[in-house]
Design a protein around this ligand. Structure first.
Ligand SMILES: Nc1ncnc2c1ncn2[C@@H]1O[C@H](COP(=O)(O)OP(=O)(O)O)[C@@H](O)[C@H]1O
Ligand SMILES: O=C(CO)[C@@H](O)[C@H](O)COP(=O)(O)O
Length: 572
């Protein structure tokens, strides 16, 4: 007899793909389906999941693409044999900050979904605007300046909302939308985040924002646990602030809240049962920290399209250089985050340059990149007295630090502090394989050092463990260099489910939302069911005496290099 034990689905709607991942109550993965936006979609002029308007620094994605993806992922799960009637809970993870603009017809269209037709066929009329601004967008400098001065300074905005103003954050994006598309804004009935958009599809009506993902808007006052009225007032532009509040909707504190039963459409079309419950979907980064029982001393590095550095902490210490979010499940905890726009795609540029230079693209496209990175000594120093090679590699405008696109190469002598912008001594592109990984990891170490402590035994401050997740976590060369720079008293680890961490975290959120006992925390429930030896794998050494300290010196040079580049840009 077929098993009737419960199953839970986590969707991950990220920049380049939609995944659906199904786990059982024992946290074991049973099914995975993936829709790659570039490779699998039809009818959209996208590249790497997005469209670009260079003239205005806009980056956006067609919402209908995500409907096509959802139709296909559900079909694929059906074809794999998933018995949807066993699914008791659905949650999701959405690329953060993106906004979806629903029309006045949306609620009716969602409510009346016809099981004989796909979502893509039925929902185009549900959107007042066909595109969702993407987190890589940098069109909102003017709006960010207005947000940053509103409460007095970027520091004060960060105190209130967890972050200073950022181009991609939804508040500045909405303000720009009111200016660029005033008529469309007026006709917009509701605004969703990508996370609440996923929940809305399954509920059959517009879902509330999630308590963690709402912190990616620059609108939510984290300490007050409410929208910041003054900021909302700015965000509504020339329009009525009360109307904006209606568009945004209420926010509930409980990340495991039962939002409602899955809509009839999914029962009829796929065979979901009537007691399948929708749990709030959260951001892809908050969902990533739910993929394991993360301890405050651990760090996660997500190597997706963006690179992000994540920690779970009870200390709310906002700073304009970093982000704090409410923890997606546990009141009193926060997620600390650094986010880099030039992550996976910037590494791919160097990878492609190396393959072009060798006139060879191997079946495993990263093979030459990895070999080159590993055969280059730390910071390109053939001898300890050589200068270190340090660089910044930003094919797109960067978030950390806020810099325009460009490449900068330096040499740094730690003995006398001599720092020179030069390409002399650099062999391009070979030296860049190691240099780009080092550049990304040194920036993480520089900006997270205030949060790390000594793990004991006289070791310098560093994470207990570094977990790598996202597409790049498959790469052992990156893992090795990450361990040398970031440390990790116990080593560098990756999850057994490879690059599906955020879909997994979303599925675990659904397990917790449905199966938790009264008052049981996420950490407690997942911790009890967690099988360390099955679920994680050590992929590289962490702390190595000597090289960690050498990179400590490189951090000083890296900090000085960034300062010099920023000063140069400010001078024009
Ligand atoms: N073997 C590999 N080595 C390094 N990077 C990789 C490898 N495989 C995939 N990637 C990177 O992973 C990125 C996609 O990561 P993923 O987490 O799936 O993306 P997202 O969640 O942002 O849509 C790609 O841009 C690619 O650069
Ligand atoms: O903007 C951020 C976080 O602030 C990005 O991390 C997005 O959330 C997209 O993530 P990926 O598609 O790279 O996973």
């Amino acid at each position: 007899m077929a098993s009737q034990s419960p199953l839970y689905i986590g969707f991950d709607l990220s920049t380049q793909q939609l995944k659906g991942l199904v786990v059982n109550s024992e946290l074991k993965v049973e099914y995975i389906a993936k829709f790659d936006f570039d490779a699998d979609s039809t009818g959209f002029s996208i590249k790497k999941g997005v469209m670009v308007n260079e003239a205005e620094h806009e980056v956006f994605a067609p919402v209908a693409l995500w409907l096509q993806a959802m139709d296909t992922v559900l079909e694929s799960l059906r074809k794999q044999g998933l018995d949807f009637s066993r699914v008791k809970g659905i949650s999701g993870a959405g690329q953060q900050h993106g906004s979806v603009y629903w029309s006045a017809d949306a609620e009716g269209l969602l409510e009346r979904l016809d099981a004989k037709r796909s979502l893509e066929e039925q929902l185009p009329g549900a959107f007042s605007h066909p595109y969702s601004p993407n987190w890589q967008d940098s069109s909102t400098q003017k709006e960010c300046d207005e947000f940053d001065v509103l409460l007095g300074s970027p520091e004060q905005l960060a105190q209130a909302t967890g972050s200073k103003a950022h181009h991609r954050f939804t508040g500045p994006q909405i303000l720009r939308f009111t200016r660029k598309y005033p008529e469309v804004y007026q006709k917009t009935a509701r605004i969703s985040l990508v996370s609440s958009f996923i929940a809305s599809l399954f509920l059959g009506h517009v879902a509330p924002f999630d308590i963690s993902d709402v912190c990616g808007m620059n609108l939510w006052n984290i300490k007050k646990g409410a929208y910041d009225e003054e900021i909302l007032n700015l965000c509504s532009g020339k329009f009525d602030v009360e109307d904006l509040k209606k568009k945004l909707g209420v926010v509930y504190e409980d990340g495991g809240l039962h939002l409602g039963q899955v809509h009839q459409y999914y029962r009829e079309r796929f065979g979901f049962s009537a007691d399948c419950t929708v749990i709030p979907a959260t951001g892809d980064n908050p969902a990533t920290i739910l993929a394991l029982p993360l301890r405050p001393s651990d760090a996660m590095v997500s190597l997706g399209t963006s690179t992000t550095f994540l920690m779970s902490t009870p200390n709310y210490m906002p700073d304009p250089a970093t982000h704090f979010f409410n923890h997606p499940t546990t009141a009193g905890l926060y997620m600390f985050m650094l986010c880099y726009k030039n992550g996976g795609l910037a590494r791919e540029h160097v990878r492609d340059a190396i393959n072009d230079n060798l006139k060879d693209t191997p079946a495993q496209p990263w093979a030459h990149f990895d070999e080159t990175a590993l055969s280059t000594p730390p910071m390109g120093q053939q001898n300890p007295t050589d200068s270190m090679k340090l660089g910044l590699f930003f094919p797109r405008p960067e978030i950390v630090p806020n810099l325009h696109a460009g490449q900068w190469r330096f040499t740094y002598n730690p003995a006398n502090g001599d720092l020179t912008e030069t390409t002399t001594g650099w062999t391009t592109p070979q030296d860049e394989a190691r240099a780009i990984i080092e550049s990304q990891m040194l920036s993480l170490r520089l900006r997270s050092r205030g949060l790390t402590q000594s793990p004991g035994n006289g070791l310098p401050p560093q994470p207990r463990r570094v977990y790598l997740v996202g597409g790049g976590s498959k790469n052992k060369a990156i893992a090795k260099i990450a361990g040398e720079i970031l440390g990790g008293a116990e080593g560098v680890f990756k999850l057994d489910i490879g690059d599906n961490a955020c879909a997994l975290g979303a599925a675990y959120k659904a397990v917790w939302g449905i199966e938790r006992a009264e008052g049981q925390t996420f950490e407690n429930l997942i911790g009890q069911r967690w099988r360390e030896e099955e679920f994680v794998e050590k992929i590289a050494e962490g702390y190595q005496e000597g090289v960690f300290e050498l990179y400590g010196k490189a951090v000083e040079g890296f900090e000085a290099m960034e300062k010099k580049v920023l000063e140069g840009v400010a001078r024009g």
